[in-house]
Design a protein around this ligand. Sequence first.
Ligand code: CS2
Length: 487
Amino acid sequence: MLTYDTLTSLPADVAGPSYALDAVTPGIIHFGVGNFFRAHLAYYIDRALALPDSQHWGIIGVGLRAGERSEKKEKDFAAQHGLYSLTETATDGTRHTRVMGALRDYLLAPREPETVLDLLAAPSTKIASLTITEGGYNIDETTGQFRLSFPPVQEDLADPTHPKTVFGFIVEGLRRRRDAGHGGLTILSCDNLRQNGEVSRKAFLGYARAVDGELAEWIEANVTFPNAMVDRITPSVSAETAAKLNKQSGLDDLKPLLAEDFTQWVVEDKFAAGRPALEKVGVQFSDAVADYEHAKIRMLNASHLIISAAGMLQNVPLVDQVLAEPKVRQFVDEVLDRDVIPTLHAPEGVDLREYKQTILNRFANPALADQVARIAADSTSKAQVFWTETVRSVLSRDHDHTRVAYFLALQLELMRGRQEDGQSFDLPEPVLTDEQRNIARSDDYRASLALPGFDSWRDLLTSKVEDDIVAFRQAIREKGVLESLPL
Ligand code: CS2
């Protein structure tokens, strides 16, 4: 097992924290301790902890859901003192393994709600960060408003001092902070959303207003919500991959992690209670985060969705394998060149065609073995976040809508859950009701156009576009993905 004791005898090519772990105190409380967080925010903080006078920026991770998986996580992190190894792999196969020390503790909120609330209220906590997934912000895509009617939110509103949702926890923590005179903090979203800071503001203020108008005003005046673009491909780690990583590194790590060697974080410098010197560890601060976000989400994440739907339908499990098929690569390339790049405003100094090449090369990294099933999960939320502007811009002007219609057909076939060879599969779709899932899985082409995944562009679906989507769905079923791609 990886513990404090093993740090003194790490294998020769494995690096460990260069700062004293027992000198680290918590300054950040993070909700949603998944692989992406461990390879991104925790990676930058690990590097920042090695800077002089920076040891007060340790992270306490919080899990919001009880259950076997979270309990196992809690047990594993406790056994390893929050330590885990991160192996960064480059496309040419070079590897680098490092033990991360930024995560100082992991709490299960349902088990220790008061500890979580005390931490949020503590003056030493300066940042509450989030990776709660694209759909986790509970925003209604048609109205753009926080959904107060969502049952877990209703439960928190009925008893706000005993919260269960992330909104309930943070807002109750902020109430205690205000009452204790401890000042505000920064709510830092690290999720792939357009304007993730603005979305967080809407969500937390939407909830806070429903609890207590004065508290909401205090939050508006004392809490900041920086927008940020986050980027690092972090595959899921199966037991098999974990064993392989341990074999390669020589460690005996319960929670080894794998990521590409590329990483990027562009953030607005709006931190209400200070921040680590992140500019010294590779973070870019910018007032034009939106340009970076739009380019990343509409190019990388949107093409990831094409690849993952194509892979799921063809039963090709890894991203690099799907993209190795020249027709898929050509289709992705054409979507980006013809439908996406013309709608973007390039971030300063960035050439979007070069950016596209970098993305496609990253996808082709075989050492990552990134799973299409990871990306295809929760595709209802993701398609709306990653595709809305592209779909709207293509459908609202006189522009060839063929590729967009094909993507929408692919998306609906993915939600139908049947491979080309007839085998069915089941992916998590947390925002769909059972009834909506049944519609998605049925053969009713028209009814599926009414699913919530289409909310953000339904008003633009002419009968011609709808017919084309249906025709593409039929072609995908009859001929398979590769033979039906409109090239
Ligand atoms: C993926 C992302 O899950 C997804 O939809 O597209 O996790 C992707 O790997 C990251 O955004 C890369 O930064």
